[in-house]
Ligand binder design. Sequence first.
Ligand code: SF4
Length: 82
Amino acid sequence: MRVELPLPTRIPIDGRFEIDDTCIDCKLCNDLAPDNFDADLDNDVHYVCKQPGTPDELERVLDAFESCPTESIRYSAAPSGE
Ligand code: SF4
């Protein structure tokens, strides 16, 4: 079971961002953080293609997190072994 974490404030992050199955493929996250979100063209959703690795990327990902109209972006503890 995933455990949601408080949003990170610095790099390196201790959890991982993911997009859940409520994504409506509006593309906003990709517009805001193009290095970290990408389109899954086969399934008409977006996904996290890269966890934020710099302060600038983290700022953009957090902006996307706050802006997602369906609150589909999650931040949770990485499962053990990952
Ligand atoms: S902003 Fe939210 S709803 Fe829009 S594509 Fe990204 S995860 Fe999906």
